[in-house]
Design a protein around this ligand. Structure first.
Ligand SMILES: Cc1cc2nc3c(=O)[nH]c(=O)nc-3n(C[C@H](O)[C@H](O)[C@H](O)COP(=O)(O)O)c2cc1C
Length: 415
């Protein structure tokens, strides 16, 4: 996907003479298939009307923190920040950059920028001497260090009559740079993943359970890595302390295998996934008759009757679209390649990530992992011991390679 098609862009417009060009910026973005919502600073309205930008974007323009003072309504800046795949501020004034660098929230755009979780791109526009001023240079360095992408202004004739650097990049260049930036930063935008993660806890009574030592660290790292690359992720997690705080991740916390199966099935039915990654260490058995409340020691039987839990990954894979790239995880004791190859077939996986508890530093309870990607008997890629985040990046590379050859299975949803 090399264009801006389907990208959600919050366009911030500030009080620069170049604000008239923001009309062309909106047109360029909309023409490329992006959805655009405009937020103007009060200063920007001195230069271009909300009516112009609202008409071109096809959506109401927001500029005030409160919408209707008498009715007590306010503009939901948090929602706007969560909606966007990116916030583009074009033009951005020296004043707004200073506000961003200092973390001020004295107008709607600054509060959207403060509460946004998505990345930010800015296109500065100002007079040569403002642009080269030490304060502006310092603010730009601060923003760059925080990950803000800056579209370099052009050099040439300026509105002040001076000549030099400070003219906002032309709208066509802003569109091209933004497209390239998306391709580099979010190559998987529009694609959807379903991930199961963590252990399951199968109750014996209200306080005791059968479980395993999975922490959920590897699954969480994979969810975050895929979301960072632009995927929307349904993340079904057993009990785990690891956070997966990202606007692209819809997390459902479950306790038991049956709850995990229900939640994963519901997710599968609501959005066909482009990939399923089954990292969960699902308990193989559950107590057949869990007790209500806490049983006293004397009430507990010497032997527990157990029932076999469903195979969640095999079930999901059987119901997933054929084009979905299906990844399972296998934890072996010793060399588990034969077992991984059997699992690949039995669970209808396209690839199994094999890790072994006998490899030093790998498996449950470690921050590192050593894995093999088992594609089939003729292709097993072995990796060094590395952090679970680095393993997640290796897996994301494989997923990206497989998915980039075809469009996403489902159109994006507004949720
Ligand atoms: C005619 C005129 C043109 C201006 N052009 C710029 C500009 O290109 N860049 C800039 O940083 N400030 C410019 N300013 C100053 C800003 O409008 C001013 O700093 C304002 O407070 C910016 O507010 P905002 O960043 O909240 O929109 C201009 C002011 C006027 C009167």
């Amino acid at each position: 996907m090399g264009s801006l098609s389907g990208r959600r862009i919050v366009l911030g417009v500030t009080g620069s003479i170049a604000a008239y060009k923001s009309a062309h910026v909106v047109r360029e973005l909309v023409k490329s298939g992006a959805e655009v919502r405009v937020v103007m600073t009060p200063g920007a309205k001195e230069f271009i009307t909300p009516l112009t930008l609202g008409t071109l974007s096809g959506h109401p323009v927001h500029s005030e923190l409160t919408e209707d003072r008498n009715a007590g309504t306010w503009t939901d800046h948090v929602e706007l920040g969560l909606w966007g795949d990116v916030i583009l501020v074009a033009p951005v004034t020296a004043h707004t950059m200073a506000g961003m660098a200092e973390g001020r929230g004295d107008n709607l755009l600054l509060t959207v920028l403060l509460s946004a979780k998505c990345p930010v791109v800015i296109a500065p526009a100002m007079d040569r001497d403002m642009f080269t001023h030490a304060a502006t240079a310092h603010n730009m360095d601060t923003l760059r260090e925080r990950g803000v992408h800056i579209i370099d202004p052009d050099t040439g004739e300026l509105a002040s009559g001076l000549s030099g650097k400070g003219r906002m990049a032309e709208p066509e260049r802003i569109r091209t740079e933004l497209t390239q930036w998306f391709t580099d930063r979010m190559p998987l935008l529009g694609y959807h993943a379903l991930i199961t993660s963590g252990p399951t806890h199968e109750p014996i009574d209200a306080v005791r359970f059968i479980g395993n030592r999975s922490s959920g660290r590897q699954g969480s790292a994979i969810a975050l890595e895929l979301a960072r690359r632009g995927m929307s992720v349904d993340f079904i997690s057993g009990p785990s302390a690891f956070q997966t705080d990202h606007p692209g991740i819809r997390r459902v916390d479950v306790g038991t295998a049956l709850e995990m199966q229900d939640a994963a099935r519901a997710a599968l039915e609501s959005t066909p996934p482009d990939t399923i990654v089954g990292t969960a260490a699902v308990a193989d058995f559950r107590p057949s008759s869990p007790r209500e409340g806490k049983a006293s020691k004397s009430e507990l039987p010497d032997q527990l009757a157990l029932t076999r839990n469903p195979d969640i990954l095999a079930d999901l894979n059987a119901h997933a679209p054929t084009a979905c790239f299906k990844v399972g995880f296998a934890l072996a004791h010793g060399d588990g390649k034969e077992a991984a190859l059997r699992k690949l077939k039995a669970k209808l996986c396209d690839m199994v990530v094999l890790n072994s508890i006998t490899d030093k530093g790998a498996g449950f309870g470690h921050t590192t992992n050593r894995v093999d990607f088992v594609h089939g008997p003729d292709r097993i890629d072995s990796f060094e011991l590395k952090t679970k985040e680095a393993v997640a990046a290796d897996l994301a590379d494989v997923i990206q390679h497989r998915l980039s050859a075809r469009p996403p299975l489902a159109p994006r949803q507004d949720d």
